[in-house]
Design a protein around this ligand. Structure first.
Ligand code: TRH
Length: 357
């Protein structure tokens, strides 16, 4: 069915907002055949994720998606059949007014990902507009039955483990007070470790720890630890980086999900929020993820995750996590099968919308 869809994205910070919206827009265009327009208020992160976006902006489609600058005032356009607001971003008032005057589009609020129990209860919930004849539905990504599932493209490619005897690690994190202790532990340990450091916050923290310049493309060595500073990679290359490593440090929402699809052991740093609002998210996720592990491996994951997210001894918890890595590697494939059970998010979303057009 040929469906037109406007997807609205505000970039709050970092890359996740743009990263999730771009993947979804591209997948709805390529796999569902939808006519996609992505409205985004800051194109800078998107230009890093998908080189070539700047040249196509407001002029032509790229990967089947028309990318439009979300300007204020908002241009007078005819609303699409399906309107998705990502992460409760507020749609332009003029656009909402036009929605009410026209054929009442299917209006979706795509929510943040969480493994918490309440998610399935709120997924697909309707919220009538207080004054206009419009109804918005909440669509929740998730890991379990009754949720909208996770984004995963049919052509996702996570590559192969890169050759080499050292333990290969990728590092993508927020400002993390535990990072110097982890680097120190790796550098002074017996095992050779290669660490590929993502651009931005991770690279700058590693540069501070090295106490020397560490620009993209540069390499450094401290004891058993070899470090490479990566440039910001296009999204498909980042996916392949994850698949090429024995352990991936990921953060936020999208990289966190990709490490799971890449079927590699991973450590998740939650998005830091005042009052440790993400503590509940971490706990809920770990309860699901570690359910299939034996007691020791489960404890190792829980303890290291706690330390990495701000509460515990990095060196001690690293030793236990390192011992658990073979079990975590074996757990990665059954886990990926389990989280695929609710079906992929784009397909679930398309089915939900088509039933309402
Ligand atoms: O960048 P993030 O921290 O994104 C976010 C934001 O903080 C956002 O406000 C919050 O709501 C959300 O997290 C939960 O982390 P995330 O979600 O992993 O997004 C990073 C994106 O960048 C992801 O699509 C992978 C991509 N990426 C690349 O394409 N190349 C790279 O080199 C790197 C390091 C990442």
């Amino acid at each position: 069915m040929n469906v037109s869809c406007d997807l609205f994205c505000t970039v709050v910070d970092n890359f996740g907002d743009a990263g999730v919206c771009w993947r979804l827009a591209r997948q709805l265009a390529r796999e569902q055949g939808w006519t996609m327009r992505l409205w985004i208020d800051d194109v800078a992160p998107l230009c890093g994720l998908r080189p070539g976006v700047d040249a196509a902006l407001d002029r032509q489609s790229i990967d089947g998606v028309e990318i439009r600058r979300w300007t204020s005032p908002f241009p007078a356009v005819e609303p699409a059949q399906v309107v998705i607001e990502a992460f409760a971003c507020e749609l332009p008032a003029s656009y909402v007014a036009a929605m009410a005057q026209q054929q009442q589009p299917v209006w979706i609020n795509l929510e943040y990902l969480s493994a918490e129990n309440w998610v399935a209860g709120c997924h697909r919930m309707a919220s009538p507009h207080p004054t206009l004849p419009l109804v918005k539905h909440f669509f929740f990504p998730g890991f379990a039955k009754g949720t909208g599932g996770l984004i995963r493209e049919r052509d996702a490619d996570f590559g192969e483990r890169s050759p080499g005897p050292a333990l290969a690690v990728s590092l993508f994190c927020y400002d993390n007070p535990g990072l110097p202790a982890l680097l120190e532990t790796w550098a002074t340990g017996a095992e050779p470790i290669t660490c590929r450091v993502a651009d931005g916050l991770p690279r700058r923290q590693v540069a501070a720890w090295l106490n020397e310049p560490f620009a993209p493309g540069m390499e450094a060595r401290r004891g058993a630890l070899a470090l490479t500073a990566l440039p910001f990679l296009p999204q498909p290359e980042y996916d392949r980086l994850l698949g090429g490593c024995d352990l991936d440090f990921v953060r936020g929402e999208d990289s966190f999900v990709r490490a799971q699809w890449a079927q590699r052991p991973f450590v998740w740093q939650t998005y830091p929020q005042a009052g440790n609002a993400h503590g509940g998210k971490l706990e809920a996720f770990l309860a699901l993820y570690t359910a299939g592990l034996d007691g020791k491996a489960r404890q190792a994951v829980v303890d290291f995750s706690a330390a990495w997210n701000g509460g515990g001894d990095i060196a001690v918890t690293w030793a236990a996590l390192r011992r658990a890595l073979p079990q975590l590697a074996a757990h990665a494939e059954p886990w990926a099968r389990e989280i695929a059970l609710p079906g992929n998010l784009a397909e679930n979303l398309a089915q939900f919308c088509i039933g309402r057009i």
